[in-house]
Write a protein that binds this ligand. Structure first.
Ligand code: FAD
Length: 407
C-alpha cells in the first residue's frame, strides 16, 4: 500500500500541473500521477509547438460558458500570467493571443518542471489511476502499481481529444463511477471531412471567407477567417471551429468567398457588368479573377454549372453571370463528419460543471474531491482559451480558497 498524501492530482496536463504546483506552494504534500511516460504532451504539441497559452480578449467558451466566466472572474489573465511569471515564464502577445516569449512550447514545460521541483511535488509518470474511492477519511486511489490514501483528490485527466497525446476516456469513467453526470462528448476544433467533389482541385489552397454551417436549412454557426482545403476535407481555424456544432448527415457549409468585397448580390451588380465587358473573350472563371484564387474561381464556376462548357464570358447570359457570383457567395460543401478525436484539439461535452464550485472546483457533493480542465463540459475557441481554462481551474483547485503565493 502506498503512502498517505495531503493531495493526489490525477493527470499531469496543464490543469494538473498548475494545481499540483499551487497546492504544494501552500504547504500540501502533493503526489502527481500521470499515465503517460511524459508529462504535458498536449502542452508540447499546442499551438503548432508555439503554445498559445492564454487569450486577452472576451471569453469564447461553449458547453457551460457561465461556469467558464465564473472561473475566469476568479482566476483571470492577470493572475494566471503572474503565476507563470513567478516561475520564469515571460509571455508575448499577438492579436490577443499570448505565447511564451520564446514561441516554444518546450519553454512552458521547462518552467513547469522547475516549479514542480522548487515546490517539492512528487511526480510518478507511467502510473495510471484505475479507481478513486471516497473513504471515511479522504480518498483511496488505486493505480496500475499500488494504492494511495489522500485527504484531497483532484481529477485532471483531460478529455478524449488528441489520443496520441494522452486523450482518453479514463476521466469520464472515473467521474461516472463517483456519480457525476457526463454530457455526450464529441470532437471540437477538428478538421472536417467533406464530399470530395466540392473540394476537388483545391487541395493545399487557403482562402479567407465567411463560413456558415447549416443542418438542412437551419443555421448552426457562422465564422469568418481562413479555410484550408485538402483532398477530402477542410481545416484552418474557421473550419475547425465548426466541428463542435455538427449535428449529422445533411450538415453543409455555405462559403462566402467575397465577403470582404460585397455582402449581397446587389452590391456586386456593377462589378459583374464591368467584368462581363472587361474579360469578354476569357473563360467564365475570369469573372472572379483577382477576387479569389484561380482554382477556387474554377471550382465556383463548376458548381455554377459553367466551367466545363468552355464558352467565353461574352457568350454567357446575365442570369449565368449572376449565378457565378451567387455561387461565390454561397459555395456548398457537404460535411461527412470530423476527423475524430485523434485529430481534434479539444473535447466538447463532458462532466457537468455545475456540480462543482467555481471558487475551488470542489464537488458540491463529495467534500475534498475536485475536477479541473478539459474533462469538464467547457470548450473554447482556438486562441489560447482551452489552456487558459485548464490553468485557471487547476490553480483554483490547488489553492483551495487560500491566497496565492505569487501575488
Ligand atoms: C494538437 C493540440 C494543439 C492544441 N493547441 C492548443 C493551443 O495552442 N491553445 C490552447 O489553449 N489549447 C490548445 N489545445 C487544447 C489544450 O491543450 C487542452 O485543452 C488542455 O491541454 C487540457 O488540459 P487538461 O489538463 O485538462 O488535460 P490534458 O492536457 O489532456 O492532461 C490530462 C493528463 O491526464 C493524464 N491521464 C488521463 N487519464 C489518466 C489516468 N487514468 N491516470 C493518470 N493520468 C491520466 C493524461 O495522460 C494527460 O497527460 C491543443 C490540443 C491539442 C491536442
Amino acid at each position: 500500500m502506498g503512502s498517505k498524501w495531503d493531495l493526489i492530482v490525477i493527470g499531469a496536463g496543464a490543469s494538473g500541473l498548475a494545481c499540483a504546483i499551487a497546492a504544494a506552494a501552500c504547504g500540501e504534500r502533493v503526489l502527481l500521477l500521470e499515465a503517460q511516460e511524459q508529462m504535458g504532451k498536449k502542452i508540447l504539441a499546442s499551438g503548432n509547438g508555439r503554445c498559445n497559452i492564454l487569450n486577452s480578449g472576451e471569453p469564447r467558451y461553449y458547453g457551460n460558458p457561465d461556469f467558464a466566466k465564473a472561473v475566469l472572474d476568479r482566476m483571470g489573465l492577470v493572475r494566471i500570467s503572474a503565476f507563470l511569471h513567478r516561475y520564469g515564464l515571460f509571455l508575448s502577445e499577438e492579436n490577443q493571443r499570448l505565447y511564451p516569449c520564446t514561441f516554444q512550447s518546450k519553454t512552458v514545460m521547462m518552467m513547469f518542471r522547475k516549479a514542480l521541483e522548487i515546490e517539492g511535488v512528487t511526480v510518478h509518470c507511467s502510473e495510471s489511476v484505475l479507481s478513486v474511492r471516497k473513504r471515511q477519511e479522504g480518498f483511496e486511489i488505486r493505480t496500475t502499481k499500488t494504492a494511495y490514501q489522500a485527504e484531497r483528490a483532484v481529477l485532471a485527466a483531460g478529455g478524449m481529444a488528441g489520443a496520441a497525446l494522452g486523450g482518453t476516456f479514463d476521466g469520464y469513467r472515473l467521474a461516472r463511477e463517483l456519480g457525476f453526470q457526463v454530457t455526450p462528448i464529441k470532437p471540437a476544433l477538428s478538421p472536417l471531412l467533406t464530399d470530395s467533389r466540392s473540394v476537388s482541385g483545391l487541395s493545399g489552397i487557403r482562402a479567407r471567407c465567411r463560413v456558415t454551417l447549416f443542418h438542412e436549412n437551419r443555421k448552426l454557426h457562422e465564422e469568418e477567417g481562413e479555410v484550408l482545403f485538402s483532398e477530402n476535407g477542410v481545416s484552418g481555424i474557421c473550419a475547425m471551429q465548426m466541428a463542435r456544432f455538427l449535428e449529422g448527415p445533411d450538415d453543409r457549409l455555405d462559403i462566402h468567398f467575397l465577403h470582404r468585397f460585397f455582402s449581397t448580390m446587389n452590391e456586386a451588380e456593377t462589378e459583374m457588368a464591368e467584368r462581363k465587358w472587361f474579360f469578354a473573350s476569357q473563360p467564365p472563371e475570369y469573372l472572379l479573377a483577382g477576387l479569389v484564387n484561380s482554382k477556387i474561381a474554377y471550382a465556383i464556376c463548376k458548381q455554377a454549372g459553367l466551367a466545363m462548357k468552355g464558352e467565353p464570358i461574352q457568350a454567357l447570359t446575365g442570369e449565368q453571370i449572376r449565378k457565378v457570383f451567387y455561387t461565390a457567395m454561397h459555395y456548398q460543401v457537404h460535411i461527412r463528419g470530423t476527423r475524430g478525436f485523434e485529430n481534434a484539439q479539444v473535447t466538447a461535452g463532458g462532466v457537468e460543471p455545475d456540480a462543482f464550485s467555481p471558487d475551488n472546483l470542489e464537488s458540491l457533493r463529495i467534500r475534498g474531491f475536485h475536477m479541473t480542465g478539459e474533462l469538464l463540459d467547457v470548450d473554447g475557441d482556438c486562441g489560447g482559451f482551452n489552456l487558459m481554462f485548464a490553468l485557471a481551474t487547476g490553480l483554483l483547485a490547488g489553492l483551495n480558497g487560500r491566497s496565492s503565493h505569487w501575488g
